[in-house]
Design a binder for this molecule. Structure first.
Ligand code: F6P
Length: 374
C-alpha cells in the first residue's frame, strides 16, 4: 500500500516555534504513522505555484531551536491571489496541484488569517488542519499560540532595560509593542516588566488620565515612567469611531458596501490612531517630563523560540499528525488546559480572541497600581 502523502506550509507573519511545530508534526507523521511529508514554500504562494520540498527525518533534524520557518512564509490569500495585477480565486488550482502530487491532506500553520484560508480550502472540499501560531495570542479557541511566549519574554526584557534608562534620565519612555488588535503581548510583558502604564486596544485610553498617573508618580518621588502601548491601542474618541465602523460592517448588505465599510474602518485604524510619537509628545506637554519612544517591532518575532514555544509547537504538531492519521479534517488543533483539542475551523476562522475586561491579568495589573489609561 502506498504511503499517505501530506502537505505542510507556514503562512502569515513568522513567529518563534514554527520550526518546532513543523518538526513535531513531521516526525510524528513520518515515524509514528508512516506518512510522506511535502513542504510548500512561502506559504500560500508555494501552494498556488506548486513550489515544494520533500521533508524527511534528515531535513527535520536540528530545526527545533531555529527561529523563523524553514519553509518560508507569506501573507497571500487563497481566494484573492495576485496574478498580473488582478486578485484571482486559486482554490481550484490548489486542488489540482494537490491531486497531481497525490497529496491527500494539508497542514496549515498560521494565525487568524491562516485559519480563514484553511476554512476557505476546507469549504472547497480540501482536507485541511490548522495549527495556531502567532505572537499576538489572538487566535480564538486556543489558550495560547506558539510564538507568544517567546515574544512576551523578549518584550519583557526590553521593558526591563528601558526602566533603568528612564530612571537615570527622569524621562517618560513610551514603548510600542506588536499584537495587532489584541493587547495580550503588551499586557503580559507590561506586567512582567513592571511597566508603570499599560495601554491596550481593549481598554481605550485618555491622555489626561495617563498624564495624571505620571504626575502622581512624579509627585511621590518617581519622576520617570515606562508606558507600554500596544500597536492597536486607541484613545477613547478613536475607539468610539472604530466601534461605529464595526457596526457599519455588520450592517452592510452587499459585498460592495461591506468592502467600503471595511475600507472605512481600515482608514480610521491606520490614519487616525495616535502614533506612539504623538502619545509621547502629548505626555511631554502634559507633564513637563522629557519623553522618548522605542518601537520594538520585528525584534519581538525574531530569533530562537523559548522552552514554552518549543514545547507547545511540538505538542500541537504531534497531536495534529495523530488527528490527521484519524482523518479528522476541517479543524484547528487548539491548546486547551494543557491538552491539544480539535476545534472545528468554523469556530475559529473569523473570530478574534481579545483580552476580556475581567481577565485576571487586568486585575493583577490594577492590583499593583499599574495605570491602564482609563
Ligand atoms: O501577527 C503578527 C504581527 O507581528 C502583528 O503583531 C503585527 O501587527 C503584524 O504581524 C505585522 O505584519 P507584517 O509582518 O506584515 O509587517
Amino acid at each position: 500500500m502506498s504511503k499517505r502523502r501530506i502537505g505542510i506550509l507556514t503562512a502569515g507573519g513568522d513567529s518563534p516555534g514554527l520550526n518546532a511545530a513543523i518538526r513535531g508534526f513531521g516526525k510524528t507523521a513520518i515515524n509514528m504513522h508512516g506518512m510522506e511529508l511535502v513542504g510548500f514554500l512561502h506559504g500560500i504562494t508555494g501552494l498556488v505555484n506548486n513550489n515544494t520540498v520533500d521533508l524527511t527525518n534528515d531535513t527535520l533534524a536540528g530545526i527545533l531551536t531555529q527561529g523563523g520557518t524553514i519553509l518560508g512564509t507569506s501573507r497571500d490569500k487563497v481566494h484573492k491571489f495576485p496574478v498580473d495585477g488582478k486578485l484571482v480565486d486559486m482554490r481550484e488550482q490548489i486542488a489540482k496541484n494537490l491531486e497531481k502530487d497525490k497529496i491527500e491532506a494539508l497542514v496549515m500553520i498560521g494565525g487568524g488569517g491562516t485559519a480563514k484560508n484553511a476554512k476557505r480550502l476546507a469549504d472547497a472540499g480540501i482536507p485541511v488542519i490548522h495549527l495556531p501560531k502567532t505572537i499576538d495570542n489572538d487566535v480564538a479557541q486556543t489558550d495560547t499560540s506558539f510564538g507568544f511566549s517567546t515574544a512576551m519574554g523578549i518584550a519583557t526584557e526590553a521593558i526591563d532595560r528601558l526602566h533603568s534608562t528612564a530612571h537615570s534620565h527622569h524621562r517618560i519612555i513610551v514603548v510600542e509593542l506588536m499584537g495587532h488588535r489584541a493587547g495580550w503581548l503588551t499586557l503580559g510583558a507590561g506586567i512582567a516588566g513592571g511597566a508603570d502604564i499599560i495601554l491596550i486596544p481593549e481598554i481605550p485610553y485618555s491622555i489626561d488620565s495617563v498624564a495624571a498617573s505620571i504626575r502622581r508618580r512624579a509627585a511621590s518621588g518617581r519622576p520617570f515612567s515606562v508606558v507600554a502601548i500596544a500597536e492597536g491601542a486607541h484613545d477613547v474618541a478613536v475607539a468610539k469611531r472604530l466601534r461605529n465602523a464595526d457596526e457599519l460592517i455588520k450592517l452592510a448588505n452587499s459585498p460592495d458596501s461591506k468592502a467600503a465599510a471595511k475600507e472605512n474602518r481600515r482608514r480610521i485604524e491606520t490614519n487616525e490612531r495616535d502614533s506612539s510619537f504623538r502619545v509621547a509628545d502629548a505626555l511631554e506637554a502634559a507633564t513637563g517630563l522629557e519623553a522618548r519612544v522605542t518601537v520594538l517591532g520585528y525584534v519581538q518575532r525574531g530569533g530562537i523560540p523559548d522552552a514554552g514555544d518549543r514545547l507547545l509547537g511540538t505538542l500541537l504538531g504531534g497531536a495534529g499528525a495523530d488527528l490527521l492519521a484519524e482523518k479528522k479534517y476541517g479543524i484547528t488543533v487548539a491548546s486547551q488546559n494543557g491538552h491539544a483539542v480539535p476545534v472545528p475551523l468554523a469556530k475559529v476562522a473569523g473570530y478574534d480572541k481579545l483580552v476580556p475586561l475581567n481577565h485576571p491579568w487586568v486585575k493583577a495589573a490594577r492590583n499593583v497600581g499599574t495605570g491602564l489609561g482609563d
